[in-house]
Design a protein around this ligand. Structure first.
Ligand code: SF4
Length: 65
């Protein structure tokens, strides 16, 4: 499972860094994914984060396997 951010939509609110520290870093204007592989124990948290992102900028890609 991999997390990605559409930076053209992101408003830099900081929610994803707060929720998944070490996976996402929030910059001045937008967030960026620094460690896209989501460990299994954070999978549900990541799915909820996608729903709660106020800009609908987050998406999850499932692993091919
Ligand atoms: S939660 Fe959404 S809008 Fe907020 S920083 Fe993360 S990607 Fe950007």
């Amino acid at each position: 499972m991999r997390l990605s951010i559409d930076i053209s939509r992101c408003i830099g609110c900081g929610l994803c860094e707060e929720t998944l520290p070490g996976v996402v870093v929030t910059g001045m204007l937008t967030a960026r994914v620094v460690n896209p592989e989501i460990p299994a124990y954070l999978a549900e948290t990541a799915r909820e984060l996608v729903e709660y992102c106020p800009a609908e900028a987050l998406s999850i890609e499932k692993d091919a396997t």
